[in-house]
Design a protein around this ligand. Sequence first.
Ligand code: ATP
Length: 253
Amino acid sequence: MKGCTLSNVSKSFNLDGKKVRALKGINLSIPRGGFVSLVGYSGCGKSTLLKIIIGLLPADEGSVTFTGMEGRSGIVFQEPRLIASRNVEKNIALALRHEKDPETRKRIIRDILQMLALTPFRKAYPWQLSGGMAQRTALGRALCRQPELLLMDEAFGALDALTRARLQDELIRIYLKRGITVLFVTHDVAEAAYLGNRVLVMRKAQIVDDIPVPLSYPRSRISPELLSIQERILASMARNREREDAEKYIHEE
Ligand SMILES: Nc1ncnc2c1ncn2[C@@H]1O[C@H](COP(=O)(O)OP(=O)(O)OP(=O)(O)O)[C@@H](O)[C@H]1O
């Protein structure tokens, strides 16, 4: 299968002298061209998983391999992380430092600005942008290196509902147009179901459920099919939360 495969990936951290297990024997296949959403309660290991895939953190055990892909990845975080002294265009250009040809660089930046409706704001500085524009700039910075795999870590989590809905639709448009592969971490079950063609549920360092979303794009946010998938995700998370509470209770006793 073409795509990104995680085999038996584990990761622990030391926190105040205690070992915290962030990932435990993760096995996961993200097919090329897939849109995978990942949900789970805070601290279950979602961000660690993304950081290992993109190479920001090494795994303690296991491997990440790309088949039929070169492995070019881009990541967008919850906060846009823009450089305050650089305007939109220059923030995006930073990701293109490796591109030696100035004409190619200009063309890529122009296309990205246009695609994300940022052209009129290309000279604006981060403090002059709305939250949505700043996040679109961060998305532009990730996209200009033409990633095959786009990793999104609660990327729309800080936006108001309307801006968030708009950016979700923009992301679907880009996903369909560019044929990229997306791994999208979110706390929002409705967002996970609306965007993904598969929703993974994580609990305590492990993936415990894999729920397909067999609906074509564009989707209705309120179709009975989508709502029933949301119910299924919520039920899976609630089941896992109950198990967690029961384990805590047994432990405390
Ligand atoms: N650099 C670090 N040092 C120590 N512990 C860490 C570090 N990074 C993560 N952890 C721990 O690893 C676990 C998983 O963290 P991670 O950030 O992956 O969770 P998450 O599911 O993304 O949480 P959230 O939804 O709140 O962002 C947590 O218990 C966290 O405290």
